[in-house]
Design a protein. Structure first.
Length: 675
């Protein structure tokens, strides 16, 4: 074979390797939001917008156009692998700067949406731009007008359906190639009507679509916004030696409604094991009558789908849920996937647990701590599939009894793959389900759980007590990629966490932590006793409560002197009255001249709320705070009135910098600007 023949063969082979996309000139890249290359969905609640940005450009000087495509994705039918998606909805992308483009859409239904972006060369817009430049320079544009007529004619021909603009385009094409003076034909080309018609049906035959389709998980509004109250129903009793019942616990519900809570959260309500039962203050030697820890789940009476006899019956629980719902309260239930040695699963499914070489089941340990009353489950056991299915069915069981909000205990100690599968499975039947991840662990693990499907996450809020710490942490939560998938729930305390700040600061510390939690985060919570400023630790330096309610029944007088009931009710009412506090995306910190002070705001449309708070629970702190008057349309010389929503006090301020003094007795202001 001679060299010429070989060259021809090589060139022919090269031609067959030409890309199918060779004439797609637009580059579409760096789409946002996109989590891990599209591996995980972003999160929204019903009625929220998904603001999409993308970099989009082409070679040369041609103009380009683009569209954001989105649609709801139906859940598959029971007998189908997948459901056919609907047609795409479109929103035209608008240019920003530096080849960035943006558009948004609003999610309106629970479930899953998907979206992507498409870009194309705007042939007509490029032609029009060149025509105008030449005409304004006094050049002859007869040839250009003929080109334009052909573009318009082709658009009409390629849209031969019932589109109303087709006939009008044919008329304009005739005009562009007609005998009118060139000036008149240029004017016809520049008519905004023509541009609008051509933009309505651009030539997208060579469009470039972003390489991946993104997903959005749409949750109920309660996944974004709500005030939680954690209570042990067994403590609603007048006798510390007898468990309160669900019927008795209903007596607390009107009080929680009056304080403005949205969710009443119950620790595990199941039968409690007797083997190695823990006594008061976590002792290994319980006294007769000690109720044990609710997290030691399971006894002869049943396991994760049973109710502890001391609380009543399953019917009593159903009644509790119905009463709560009538009062506007959702019930959240603690789900802890572990078992006491007495759990029926230990007898019926020993293969679901880890065993020692001698055949005994391992109890839970976090060296040097030992939890002899708890057996962890083995998510990698040979029978992992039946185990996973049983755990999923726990959620479905309680959902059938009116509970679709779940606080999940220690999810970081269970299989991540299990959570991805299980939460998706539950949402197939209950797209309204909400899952709160109780994982006080390493940041990347907490983030992965949020990506894997948890609706909300506990956070490090309880350990962020200095102004600088809070600013840094909130910026991370609300101004980075985390805002797209990790929703914080700021619990001010839990049965396991009594922070030293509350121990040392007393009532003023409780007051300011309440205001901070309620205004920094759209979702926040407190555990029973917070309103009474309970702050006695098990020992100095310990975060465990003395006489912890986890191990005993704790009878309280919730109207005892010094309670925070009125402040809590006021804070929750402010949250309900002001949409600005029902989301986190607009949180903005403003300057102060005192490092002990925080000054920040949130906005939703015309509603804007400012908060000034001190983090010093012991001494008075004073300083100047900077109001962003340039954003508010207030002149530097103008006086304006701010009202503190906590006590209705009004102050006249002027200009950017204004003086505040805070401390014990008045730890925070929650301001709005009045006309």
């Amino acid at each position: 074979m001679d060299e010429t023949t070989q060259t021809a063969i090589d060139r022919q082979a090269a031609a067959t390797r030409l890309p199918d996309t060779g004439r797609r000139r637009v580059v579409v890249e760096r789409l946002s939001p996109e989590i891990d290359g599209g591996r995980f969905p972003v999160k929204r609640t019903i009625g929220e917008a998904v603001q999409v940005t993308v970099d989009m450009f082409a070679d040369g000087h041609d103009q380009i156009g683009g569209a954001l495509l989105y649609r709801a994705v139906p859940e598959p039918a029971a007998n189908a692998d997948e459901a056919a998606p609907g047609t795409w909805n479109e929103v035209r992308l608008q240019p920003l700067v530096n080849d960035a483009w943006t558009a948004s859409f609003t999610v309106e239904a629970l479930g899953t949406y998907e979206f992507t972006v498409e870009g194309w060369v705007d042939v007509f817009g490029s032609w029009l731009k060149g025509l105008v430049a030449k005409a304004e320079a006094g050049q002859d544009v007869a040839s250009e007008l003929l080109e334009g007529a052909e573009l318009v004619q082709n658009t009409a021909a390629n849209n031969s359906d019932q589109w109303d603009g087709r006939v009008r385009l044919l008329e304009i094409a005739d005009k562009l190639r007609g005998s009118l003076p060139q000036r008149s034909r240029v004017a016809a080309a520049r008519d905004p009507e023509l541009k609008a018609l051509m933009d309505e049906r651009p030539d997208r035959s060579r469009a470039t679509r972003y390489e991946r389709t993104q997903r959005v998980t749409v949750d109920p509004v309660r996944a974004r916004y709500g005030a939680w109250y954690e209570m042990f129903p067994r403590s609603v009793t007048s006798d510390p030696m007898r468990s309160g019942t669900f019927r008795e616990a209903e007596s607390r519900l009107p009080d929680l409604q009056a304080m403005g809570f949205d969710v009443v959260y119950l620790p595990p309500i199941h039968p409690i094991g007797r083997t190695h039962r823990k006594g008061r203050n976590n002792t290994l030697m319980p006294e007769p009558g000690d109720p044990g820890s609710p997290w030691a789940i399971g006894a002869a009476e049943g396991g994760h789908t049973a109710v502890d006899a001391g609380l009543g019956t399953l019917e009593d629980f159903d009644h509790f849920v119905s009463v709560a719902n009538r009062l506007g309260l959702d019930v959240a239930l603690d789900i802890a996937f572990q078992a006491s040695p007495d759990h029926p699963w230990v007898r019926e499914h020993p293969e679901w647990f880890k065993h020692r070489p001698d055949g005994t089941i391992k109890y839970a340990e976090n060296p040097p701590k030992k939890y002899q009353d708890i057996y962890p489950l083995d998510f990698e056991s040979a029978e992992w599939q039946s185990l996973w299915a049983a755990l999923r069915d726990v959620f479905l069981f309680w959902a059938s009894h009116g509970v679709t909000i779940f606080r999940v205990d220690n999810p970081h100690t269970k299989s991540f793959r299990f959570w991805e599968w299980c939460l998706a499975e539950v949402r197939r039947e209950h797209p309204e389900a909400i899952f709160l991840s109780e994982a006080f662990t390493r940041p990347k693990v907490m983030r992965y759980l949020a990506k894997a499907g948890f609706s909300q996450s506990y956070t490090y809020f309880t350990w962020r007590n200095q102004a600088s710490e809070l600013r840094e942490y909130l910026i991370e939560l609300t101004k980075t990629e985390l805002q797209e998938y990790m929703r914080p729930n700021f619990f001010a305390n839990t049965p396991d966490i009594l922070n030293e700040y509350l121990v040392a600061g007393g009532k003023p510390a409780f007051e300011v932590r309440l205001i901070l939690a309620a205004t920094l985060a759209a979702s926040y919570g407190i555990y029973s006793g917070f309103e009474l400023c309970e702050n006695v630790p098990l020992r100095p330096g310990s975060e465990e409560y003395l006489d912890s309610e986890k191990y005993q029944i704790k009878v309280r007088d919730y109207n005892a002197p010094g309670n925070l009931n009125e402040l809590i009710a006021r804070a929750n009412q402010i949250r309900r009255d002001h949409p600005a506090l029902q989301q986190n995306a607009t949180l903005a910190f403003h300057a102060t001249d005192n490092p002990q002070l925080l000054f920040y705001s949130k906005a939703a449309g015309p509603d804007r709320v400012f908060v000034a708070a001190t983090v010093d629970a012991v001494s008075d702190q004073a300083g100047w705070v900077q109001v962003p008057i340039w954003e508010l349309g207030i002149d530097a010389r103008d006086a304006y009135v701010v009202e503190d929503l906590l006590d209705n006090a009004r102050y006249t301020w002027r200009g950017e910098w204004n003086f505040v003094k805070l401390g014990p007795g008045k730890m925070a202001h929650v301001f709005v600007i009045r006309d």
